[in-house]
Design a protein around this ligand. Structure first.
Ligand SMILES: [Fe+2]
Ligand SMILES: [Fe+2]
Length: 404
């Protein structure tokens, strides 16, 4: 009887172990990007992070779809405390540039190399679904690594990046199979992460620390002013992305499908923000001259994640359609195809967001120990939205307490 010794180094048991490690790293990266989105100041970086976190969600989805075919439950911890330490520590960066250098200049290149190696070492035909997943994930990872190389070309490796590299070495690299080094000491620069209750903006922007309200309340005087108001408003939709990002971070026990939908929701809002920025640029207007009303984020952040989600999806998003439909008619009548297209795509996204709200509120309420009928909760929260947002008051409870 002839026995053929396979040349492949990744057998099925090793495959599962590795896929669990990759899934864990991708998922934690998504969570860290969400956590840091409001805390990151530079607008261009925020826009990039919105896309990255959605692409990480695609990677988790690819890996999840393969993992559920080979193990139950599909989501499992990596069973390696050193790897868990790496991803638990990666969030405690001193600043946004260090954070992204740690994730994109240390962890990601190692992950990309592991995916390449793995692709050459698994049983090609029997494990073809894994190869398909890795091939598509690699398209993004190559782009992410190239982004970081360009973005941080002039930034020397700092203490934080060295620390992340040492933690990666301590867990035997992405695969866990390399020689493990000693656990490094925490650097002095480390700052324990805390959920951001305010939204950061870079110095180019002025901050509108005042009450805002909706478009009807602002009452632009004519159609040109109304159109400008609409796209200036789009250029502030980072605020919605930041709220969704915070909800993702504050809801680690929600099911994967929720995180997947919310990553898309968050990415969409960064795209709506970019759509406003691009519209202003196309009209030779400076988007940085539009004051950013970060008070909206600070106001929403005071509430539990279920209330924040309800304020956004059932307050703002569900109530935006009459205004948008009127805009669409106005732009079409004026032959303004650019504005009409932008609003049409926005409305398609927003219909999804309202549907996400309907789908996930019951579970998010349960997670936050809110025990009442869902319809009652929505009614109460929309009332709250009317009182505090539509009224243009956006009360901050800390200010109220300080005053009393
Ligand atoms: Fe939006
Ligand atoms: Fe939305």
């Amino acid at each position: 009887m002839q026995i053929v010794k396979p040349a492949e180094q990744v057998d099925m048991a090793r495959n599962k172990r590795l896929l669990n490690r990759y899934r864990f790293i991708e998922y934690e990266t998504l969570r860290i990007l969400a956590a840091w989105l409001p805390a990151t100041a530079r607008m261009e970086t925020k826009l990039a992070m919105g896309r990255f976190l959605w692409e990480e969600a695609q990677h988790v989805q690819h890996l999840y779809q393969r993992l559920r075919e080979v193990q139950t439950p599909a989501f499992r911890p990596p069973d390696d405390p050193a790897l868990e330490t790496l991803m638990a520590e990666a969030i405690n960066a001193p600043d946004e540039r260090s954070l992204l250098a740690g994730l994109f200049r240390v962890i990601k290149p190692a992950l990309r190399d592991a995916y390449r190696w793995h692709s050459g070492q698994t049983f090609a035909n029997p494990d073809a679904p894994t190869l398909y997943a890795l091939k598509h994930i690699l398209l993004d990872e190559d782009e992410h690594v190239a982004w970081a190389e360009a973005e941080f070309a002039r930034q020397p490796q700092g203490d934080w990046e060295r620390y992340i590299a040492a933690l990666l070495a301590h867990c035997g690299g992405v695969t866990g199979d390399e020689t493990r080094s000693e656990q490094p000491a925490q650097p002095a620069a480390r700052i324990p992460f805390r959920a951001p209750m305010t939204a950061a903006r870079d110095k180019r922007f002025t901050i509108l620390e005042q009450h805002w309200g909706d478009a009807a309340a602002r009452q632009p005087t004519d159609e040109a002013a109304r159109r400008l108001d609409e796209f200036e408003n789009y250029s502030q939709e980072m605020l919605a992305a930041e709220t969704v990002a915070l909800i993702i971070y504050l809801s680690p026990a929600m099911p994967w499908d929720f995180v997947y939908d919310s990553a898309r929701h968050c990415y969409d809002e960064t795209r709506h923000c970019l759509l406003g920025i691009e519209w202003l640029r196309q009209h030779e207007l400076d988007y940085t001259s539009v004051p950013q009303n970060t008070r909206i984020y600070a106001w929403r952040s005071q509430y539990d994640p279920a209330t924040q989600y309800c304020l956004l999806t059932r307050g703002n998003e569900a109530h935006a359609f009459p205004h948008r439909r009127r805009s669409l008619l106005q732009y079409e009548a004026a032959g303004d195809q650019l504005s009409a297209q932008y609003v049409s795509y926005d409305m398609a996204d927003e219909r999804q967001h309202v549907a996400f709200g309907t789908k996930w509120l019951p579970q998010l309420m349960a997670q936050n120990n809110i025990d009442m009928p869902v319809e009652q909760f929505i009614e109460d929260t929309v009332d709250l939205w009317r009182r505090e947002y539509l009224s243009r008051e956006l009360p901050l409870h800390s200010e109220r307490e300080a005053a009393s």
